[in-house]
Design a protein around this ligand. Sequence first.
Ligand code: C2E
Ligand code: MG
Ligand code: MG
Length: 675
Amino acid sequence: MKFDRKTLFIVAGWAFGIAALIAAVQFALTQAAERLIKSSAEHTAVRYAHNISAQLPELPRLFAEQSLGRETLADLKRLRSLGDVFRFKLFDPRGALLMVSDDLDLADPLANARASGQRLGSHHSANEKVAEIVLGGANFIDLQDGAGKPGRPPLYTEAYVPLIVEGAVLGVIEVYVDSTPQATRIRAAFAEVALIVAGALLLVGGALGVQWMQRRRDRQRAETRVRYLAKHDVLSGALNRASFNEALEQAAWRHEQGGPDFAVMCIDLDRFKEVNDAHGHAGGDAVLREATHRLQSLVRHGDLLARLGGDEFAILQSDVAHSDDLHSLGQRIVDALAAPYTVGGQRVVCGSSVGAARFGVDAKNVEDLLHKADVAMYRAKSSGRGRFSFYDHELDRQLEERRELARELREALVTGAMAMHYQALYAADGQTLLGYEALMRWKHATRGMVPPSTFIPLAEDTGQIEALGQWALERSCAEAVAWPMPLTVSVNLSAAQFRGEHDLVDVVSRALDKSGLPADRLVLEITESLLMSDTEAVVNTLTRLSALGVSIAMDDFGTGYSSLAYLWRFPFDKVKIDRAFTQGLGDDKKVALIVRSIVSLAHSLGIRVNAEGVETEPQAHMLRKMGCDELQGFLLGRPVPANTLMHDGIAHRQPDVPKPSATDFAALETRPMAL
Ligand code: C2E
Ligand code: MG
Ligand code: MG
């Protein structure tokens, strides 16, 4: 057990207190023992005096005539040592010494005493002394040490007792009582008591002391834990944001006083959300702990590691002499975090993007330093993830612009700056209007029309896509309900809407209910990237959407990694061949071959085919010949606001390609692909 100075001081004080208490008890017991010894001696002396008075009828004569008869002498000799009494002296009523028992064997036992002139008390007060003794019964009891005094026991008591016969005071007898045996007994008994009391005190005091120390230790532990929690992140044990900022401020202060250079690294785990989605929060936590452990093993003594939140870490690297130092640590971090993790027995890969900024070089204050390290991390992330990057001014400017745009986008929905434009979808003949694709537009006050390729990813990154997507759906349905039958409206959905806070099926059915648009006039367009992650949940949502009666189209078909594979996962109503194919048709014969194969495959699965980006008549002609069911592109119409739509070429609904039922679809899965 470790003690701090304060605890040692208190323990020493405690021990001293107990020792003092024991000493006090010991002292009190000694005093009590002395009193007991004296009182026992007094008792003996009084009894002795009483015996003498009773057994010596001649005694009044001895005092009166100051002479000793033979018989009295013999009696006195007999009585001079009786029991514990070993000596006595007689004083007359005036306090003068009459006789000492030691002189009984002399020829004149009274001569010595007379010659000595000894008196009780001082010469003048002898009478008063006698009177005092008479009044007190027995008095002046004195415990004496016999060591070195011949004829004396080791411990004896002198007691003065009045001799009173038939009411008359004869004088005073000083009785010498051997207190040695009594004292030995009493002291032994009291020593035992003292030992027991001291033991009990030690035991109680010790127990109380131990209890106090335990309580103090528990309190100290709790305080230490509270202090630790206030500074650290509970999950990882790394510093938390507040204490990291504090450390940065201190480093900045030291730097200003001529202290060492330092830098901050921001580390963000790549695709951590996917780990959380696939392995639950416990799995995510395990990865975070392991990542912390790896980072901790990389930093030098004196460097600080913090978890700023989520999958975001930061390192304060002190004493950075050269940017090579930073680069080397950054690269080692990227390598260490790229190693696979094991979560619930499964191998999980989750790399990291790392950015660094130097104090005094990239930033002049702590807040800016953190911001710039974050910008550098973002640069690493946007240039392909799994890499290290230094702070870059140009990127910072772009990011700032992006943040500004995100702020403006948030306002755009409220201020009515968003609009839906509609691009016509025609049947293969290019004459029959089937419906429109709804495309979102942002009429920015100063920047003009901001293209969806800019603001849709921004909305996805900043969590605004749910609100925007919901608005687009409701707006498109509300405008489409006014179109002539059987024109359809195709609305694009973002992958983020499938993972959003609100159930997408509720959002869609609410848009239908609010507008009164029949479900079979709504087409939802999704891109295949949606199916790349969490396929099961997405397919489940698609199935529920399909059950509402809406159609599902796969947009930008052919641009993903494994477009064909996704066709088997869900019975899409339509695929939209990406405009890159349409526009590549004239240049390369292989493109035509691919498009033809897609059409053939889709038709065999009962899926309609739309060709996007038709800009020329030859493209339209070729696509028609290849069997595409729908054409869309600038040749046939550009996206325009709803109030300018003419609905030219409207016809009755085109006969659909016969679509297999769900069971047929399952059976189709085993059919070889006709490519
Ligand atoms: P998309 O769904 O594939 O939409 C077709 C895009 O191709 C539109 O671009 C359209 O203007 C453009 N386009 C149509 N015909 C031609 C053509 O002949 N030549 C060329 N070069 N382009 C043509 P836009 O409107 O800029 O939209 C871009 C993408 O933004 C859309 O691609 C869609 O993925 C997304 N988007 C647009 N509106 C929304 C929306 O409301 N929600 C979501 N989630 N995404 C949207
Ligand atoms: Mg689309
Ligand atoms: Mg498209």
